[in-house]
Design a protein. Structure first.
Length: 212
């Protein structure tokens, strides 16, 4: 992935700082999108392409931490690098725990900023691969019928065919047929693989595990 394919989203209410960072990033070969506030970014949401977000902590309207929370709820995978002249240790700990890639203090050197951006873009690629894998697993599970989902949920919890048949008020033969269909649709050869899918999609934590 070349720099020219990546968009760095700069969110800062200081116009002179936004422009200075933009010039630095353009010189390094990146595309740049500028936002004067968190609300401005939410009104013009970034696309799904490669990139990261350079985000100020203290701004008019939404704070940087509030915007981080909003983006998390929107399932954004763009890594966030905080840039602030008013940071504190508790603030940086909160940001990192919430998934921020980095927390840098202004003024920041060109080398430090570009290194942080490079790390964030590597993280973006990792997140995109993980998202693609999970989307693929969700797609497989979505092919199951409602009854097959019930069987799947019980199978991955270690229930035997006899137990599942009793719980679902049907025959063991029917459960065997459903179980075979589940394994085929999920494209797995073993119970361990089926359990792995359930774990990765968080289905084992959900009572009944009937939703993907």
């Amino acid at each position: 992935m070349s720099n020219a394919q990546s968009v760095i989203h700069v969110v800062d209410d200081d116009k002179s700082f936004r422009n200075a960072v933009a010039r630095l990033l353009w010189a390094a070969g990146y595309q740049v999108a500028l936002y004067e506030s968190g609300d401005h970014l939410l009104a013009n949401p970034p696309g799904s392409g490669p990139g990261c977000i350079l985000l100020d902590i203290r701004m008019s309207g939404l704070s940087g931490l509030e915007l981080q929370d909003r983006l998390s709820k929107l399932n954004s995978i763009l890594p966030i690098i905080f840039l602030t002249g008013y940071g504190s240790i508790p603030m940086s700990v909160h940001a990192i725990k919430a998934g921020a890639e980095d927390f840098l203090s202004k003024p920041v050197s060109k080398a430090t900023l570009l290194e942080a951006v490079e790390r964030a873009l590597v993280r973006y690629q990792e997140r995109r691969r993980q998202r693609g894998t999970l989307d693929g697993l969700h797609a497989l599970v979505s092919t199951l019928t409602p009854r097959e989902r019930e069987v799947f949920a019980l199978v991955v919890r270690g229930k035997l065919n006899k137990q599942i048949a009793h719980q679902l008020s049907t025959s063991q033969r029917t459960i065997k047929a459903h179980r075979h269909a589940v394994m085929e649709k999920l494209k797995v050869q073993s119970l361990a693989e089926a359990v792995s899918i359930a774990e990765r999609l968080g289905l084992l934590a959900a009572p009944g595990g009937s939703s993907a």
